[in-house]
Write a protein that binds this ligand. Sequence first.
Ligand code: FNR
Length: 367
Amino acid sequence: RMPPVSQCYNLLDFEDIARQTMKKTAWAYYSSGADDEITLRENHAAFHRIWFRPKVLVDVSKIDLSTTMLGCASSVPFYITATALGKLGNPEGEVVLTRGAYRENVIQMIPTLASCSFDEIVDAKQGDQIQWLQLYVNQDREITRKIVQHAEKRGCRALWITVDAPQLGRREKDMRSKYDEQAANVQDNESTVDRSQGAARAISSFIDPSLSWKDIPWFQSITKMPIVLKGVQRAEDAIKAVEYGVDAILLSNHGGRQLDFARPGIEVLAEVMAALRQHGYEHKIEVYIDGGIRRGTDILKAICMGAKGVGIGRPFLYAMSTYGETGVVRAMQLLKDELSMNMRLIGATKISDLDESFVDVGSIATH
Ligand code: FNR
């Protein structure tokens, strides 16, 4: 019934197989977006509006995909982003991603709402493997302080604070499906929350909607990890992030799961890079994007437009849910193959070669 993993030729193949084989509840939670899922759809479609301007007659016999993100070495300019509830898709949960990431030298971001405990995910790390922490800020700041300082002590190398989710979005597909109670082990207040609104809402009631810019210095005072704001969506906030001394921003709409009609990250990137350059800030902060990245060409477009790296969510969940660690490794290898081939075809041999001259973003407004 399941084709061998070698028959998956790109990341979208994993999604097709996941749709056909995953438990309904798990598929609903992973695949859903907010409201009419317009942002979810556009996240990937937006890449179709950007074209390449290849260079010819460049010696491309050797290609180097390696880079650094937040001071961390990586074999590629993409990372596994934080996605909650790994055990919905695979009984072993997030540690499957950890093992796959080790084999391919890819950085993993650990979600606050993982199914495995934080320590299980750190314990699954091998060698000098790199992990980051995604943080949902608790109304009880002591809990948050403990999570952050524990993560730093356990070797996490960056803190990604999610700022696009003061309230979880309405994912109706998820709400319609029943929350699989065994699959998730999550928060202490879990047993007291109302599950009728689906998995997402059931687990998020502790998130602090009062979080604001004035809290940023507090985070800077409790950790030495670089701080990234996950979910910035406009140039003015990118400028503010620089002025608050934040290390990086992630332009993201949470994979289309929060505000419907939020713009795709790749479109926000054009606006943000233009504003940073205007203020002379382009070297003061690293910029990342996520959402809808499924192809090597998507990654190259983002890097050419100024991103330091990109996050990938659902494809690794689908790979993990269908073929386990083997699937995760295969998905990463496919992306590496695509990246190498496409670098050759545009006439670039290393990540630092990539710049705006390689893309035609004509139809994207920069404000
Ligand atoms: C997410 N995302 C997310 N983000 C976050 O900050 N904390 C979280 O707990 C989660 N959980 C989560 C679960 C699932 C099932 C998905 C699909 C996504 C958002 C995630 O980090 C990222 O922004 C998007 O997944 C990127 O889009 P793609 O690659 O999935 O299209």
